[in-house]
Design a protein around this ligand. Structure first.
Ligand code: ZN
Ligand code: ZN
Length: 254
C-alpha cells in the first residue's frame, strides 16, 4: 500500500522554503545549501509552498515558477554532489478538488517528496476555510482534511499537525478524538508526523498534549520550516542540542 520512498536521515535539514513563496527572506537557494554544508548536515530537503493551477492562493510560488524551482534545485543538486545531498519537494494543502493535480505534481515534476501542510481546507469546490468568519471548529476541518489527505498516499510527511489547534484554548475530549484519528491514520499509512521548530516558538501552535497521544508505532520527524538562513542555524542548533541530551540520557542509563 505504501508508495512513499522518502525517509529522514539523522542530522538532515528538513523543510526549507525559498524566496519564491513571497514570505521568506530574499536569500538564494545556494545560501540555504551553504549554511547546511557549514553545519555538517548530510542532506537538505527543500519543500517550498506548492502552487496551484490558476494561482488561487497567496503566500506561495506562482504555478509558472514551478519548472524553474525544480530546474534550479536540480542544477544545484548536481553541483553539490559529494558535498551534501539535495532533495526537492513541495509542501501542499490537501484539497479534494485538486486531487488530480496533486497526483500530477507528485509524479510529473521529478519531485522527491510531497509534504502536507494543511494551512486551510476546502469547504466545497472553490470555497475555503480562510473565508469562514467563525473559526471555532477550524481544527475539526483541518484534522479531517489531513486525515483524508493521508488516505491518498500522496504525502510522505504531515507538517506541523498540531498547528491545527492554534485557535484552541484548551485540549479536551474532541481535540483528543480528532488528533488520535489523524495519528492513527498516519501510523497506518506509514507517514511521518513533523515536530515543527517554527511552531515551537509560536503561541498555541505546538501542543504538548497532542504529542503525548502518539501511538507507539508512530513515525516522527523534526522539521525546521526555514524561511531564512537564520532559521536553519537556530533550528539545527536546537536539534543537535536535543540529540546530545538524548545521547547523554542513553549513556547515563547504561
Ligand atoms: Zn511559509
Ligand atoms: Zn512550511
Amino acid at each position: 500500500m505504501k508508495t512513499q520512498t522518502y525517509h529522514p536521515i539523522p542530522g538532515e535539514v528538513f523543510h526549507v522554503h525559498t524566496y519564491r513563496c513571497k514570505h521568506a527572506g530574499a536569500t538564494t537557494d545556494r545560501d540555504y545549501i551553504e549554511k547546511a554544508v557549514e553545519l555538517g548536515a548530510p542532506r537538505i530537503v527543500f519543500t517550498d509552498h506548492a502552487p496551484f493551477p490558476g494561482n488561487p492562493f497567496g503566500n506561495r510560488m506562482g504555478i509558472e515558477q514551478l519548472p524553474e524551482y525544480v530546474e534550479t534545485l536540480s542544477g544545484l543538486r548536481e553541483e553539490y554532489r559529494g558535498k551534501i545531498e539535495i532533495m526537492i519537494g513541495l509542501e501542499a494543502e490537501y484539497l479534494p478538488s485538486f486531487a488530480e493535480y496533486l497526483h500530477e505534481l507528485k509524479n510529473d515534476y521529478g519531485l522527491d517528496l510531497l509534504i502536507m501542510g494543511q494551512h486551510f481546507f476546502e469547504l466545497e469546490p472553490g470555497r475555503y476555510s480562510f473565508s469562514d468568519e467563525d473559526k471555532t471548529e477550524e481544527y475539526i476541518g483541518l484534522c479531517k482534511a489531513m486525515t483524508l489527505g493521508l488516505e491518498t498516499c500522496l504525502f510522505d510527511v504531515v507538517s506541523h499537525p498540531d498547528r491545527a489547534f492554534r485557535r484552541r484554548k484548551y485540549y479536551g475530549d474532541d481535540e483528543v478524538k480528532f488528533a488520535k484519528e489523524l495519528m492513527n491514520t498516519a501510523s497506518f499509512r506509514g507517514v511521518y508526523l513533523e515536530i515543527n521548530y517554527s511552531s515551537m516558538h509560536r503561541k498555541r501552535q505546538f501542543w504538548y498534549e497532542f504529542w503525548s497521544l502518539l501511538p507507539e508505532q508512530a513515525m516522527m520527524i523534526y522539521g525546521i520550516d526555514a524561511h531564512s538562513v537564520e532559521d536553519i542555524e537556530g533550528g539545527m542548533t536546537e536539534y543537535y542540542k536535543a540529540m546530545n541530551i538524548m545521547e547523554e540520557d542513553v549513556q547515563t542509563r547504561r
